[in-house]
Design a binder for this molecule. Structure first.
Ligand code: ZN
Length: 495
């Protein structure tokens, strides 16, 4: 980061003469830095430490596609940024506020970035994240007033397109690596009010992420310029229409930071790639359990066609599952994909499935969600559907009425799991003759707790299903008795 150099070049004099920016767009940035206390002080800031508490929301895990996101309560939030070395590390303690099989109570989370190395601490070891995550985290470093000013002043950045929007003065900032930011400056205070940048989200495609800066206050510090800096105490980050996080912080510019170098084990590992490994278990003739990773699918053969239950996890996973399904029975078309619920980890492969010509069966509450999902723009990364556009063909399970696929000898009934607290329109599939139930998240034998098991059991009883075997889309093959015992344990826990 060489922010100050631009000032020297522009002024060809001492820092005092740094005013008189080359362009009106750059002038807006310099004025904003002055409003924060002093252009020189901001330019010479090398670190920022924000500490506080707040919430982080779980995108794509809401009860229905348009409802509010569930969230973790965050304590002991500590974000340390080293701008000069392009490093940061976040540490926070998360507590779950929603019903889940894996609740957290003040559980510490640590992750960070060192240049192009993004890493997540997992117990004793550190895991290298993907290149996409590293790019997101790099942009995140500039979603604060000091970072964005430093980036704008850097001689390798381009600052342009001064304009007015929403009563604010706005400029675009293009970083040397091509990442585009937009800085909003409040018309009255002259302080940075918002930074936006675009990123790629595997489910949503091109998305805008914005961070709002509010409640500016003078920061503490040891005196000198730092004592006079004005910085926000409130940060709110939104992705499209969803709030992702909100924090109340105490800011410490030029605060002491830890050694923020990437841990050696993360650095030496290559970036995580989105790979798929599909393993096949034939449960009965014509029913295959496609597992091998965290999210499974089930393939069911009918007389004239094949039906897949779930296109989960990622495009790579779903395309591998589809390829495997076609290998298992090459003589019949793979016609349907049943989506159990809209949660992003269970719908991540729907665009890929549509690109492969599959008809989506889901609950009616998800129809507009999937219509929008298929129509969204994926220009930052061209996914399978962007490369091979296909129309969405969708059939819906309506209300609590069952939906049926049958060829006369094999029948698969698809039911809504009524009153499930995890997801409104969540579906389960039941093979009547084989007495096999296929479900996601309502009962996962591998999760610590089973808060949704009782409701699933109730639904099975109410529908008078005679389930012997359960194929959970997380975990492994289970018996009906396993579900009964999980429901009993959950009830005892609740009492
Ligand atoms: Zn779910």
């Amino acid at each position: 980061m060489r922010g100050w150099q631009r000032c020297l070049i522009v002024s060809s004099a001492l820092f005092v003469g740094c005013g008189g920016a080359a362009t009106p767009a750059l002038q807006l940035v310099e004025d904003a830095a002055e409003a924060m206390g002093n252009l020189r002080a901001v330019s010479e800031t090398t670190t920022l430490v924000n500490e506080g508490q707040g919430r982080t929301h779980r995108l794509g895990q809401n009860k229905s596609p348009r409802s509010d996101l569930p969230y973790y309560e965050i304590e002991n939030y500590r974000m340390q940024i080293d701008f000069a070395n392009e490093r940061w590390r976040l540490r926070q303690d998360r507590t779950t506020t929603f019903l889940t099989g894996s609740p957290l109570y003040g559980v510490r989370q640590t992750y960070g970035l060192d240049g192009d190395v993004a890493y997540d601490e997992q117990g004793e070891r550190n895991v290298r994240a993907s290149e996409r995550v590293a790019a997101e985290r790099w942009a995140e470093m500039y979603h604060n007033p000091i970072g964005i000013v430093l980036l704008a002043l850097d001689e390798t950045s381009t600052v342009s397109n001064l304009r007015e929007e929403e009563g604010q003065r706005v400029v675009d900032i293009a970083a040397a690596n091509g990442t585009q930011f937009t800085l909003f400056v409040d018309g009255e205070t002259g302080l940075p009010s918002k930074v936006m940048s675009s990123r790629y989200h595997p489910n949503l495609g091109d998305v805008a992420v914005e961070t709002l800066f509010e409640d500016y206050a003078e920061t503490g510090g040891l005196g000198g310029f730092q004592a006079r800096l004005m910085l926000p105490r409130s940060y709110t980050t939104n992705l499209d229409r969803f709030q992702l996080s909100q924090f109340r912080v105490t800011a410490n510019p030029d605060g002491q930071v830890d050694d923020l170098a990437a841990p050696a084990d993360a650095r030496s590992a290559g970036p995580t790639m989105d790979t798929a490994s599909v393993e096949v278990e034939e449960i009965v003739d014509g029913v295959w359990y496609l597992n091998g990773q965290s999210h499974h699918s089930v393939l069911v053969e009918f007389d004239e066609y094949l039906a897949l239950i779930e296109a989960p996890q990622s495009e790579a996973r779903t395309l591998a599952v589809i390829a495997r399904a076609r290998e298992l029975q090459p003589d019949k078309p793979l016609q349907y994909v049943v989506n159990t619920h809209h949660h992003y980890d269970h719908s991540a492969g729907i665009r890929a499935a549509v690109s492969e010509g599959l008809t989506v069966i889901t609950h009616e509450v998800n129809r507009s969600f999937f219509e929008e999902l298929v129509a969204r723009q994926h220009s930052i990364v061209q996914d399978a559907l962007a490369r091979n556009p296909q129309p969405l063909t969708i059939e819906t399970v309506n209300g609590n009425e069952p939906y049926e696929l049958t060829d006369g000898s094999r029948t698969m009934q698809i039911y809504r799991i009524v009153a499930d607290a995890h997801s409104d329109g969540i579906l389960m599939a039941y093979l009547t003759r084989e007495r096999i139930l296929i479900e996601a998240d309502a009962y996962s034998p591998t999760s610590r707790e089973a808060p949704f098991a009782e409701v699933l059991l109730q639904n099975i009883e109410d529908r008078e299903l005679r389930v012997n075997t359960i194929l959970p889309l997380h975990g492994g093959v289970s018996e009906f008795e396993d579900l009964e015992s999980a429901a009993r344990t959950a009830q005892e826990l609740a009492d």
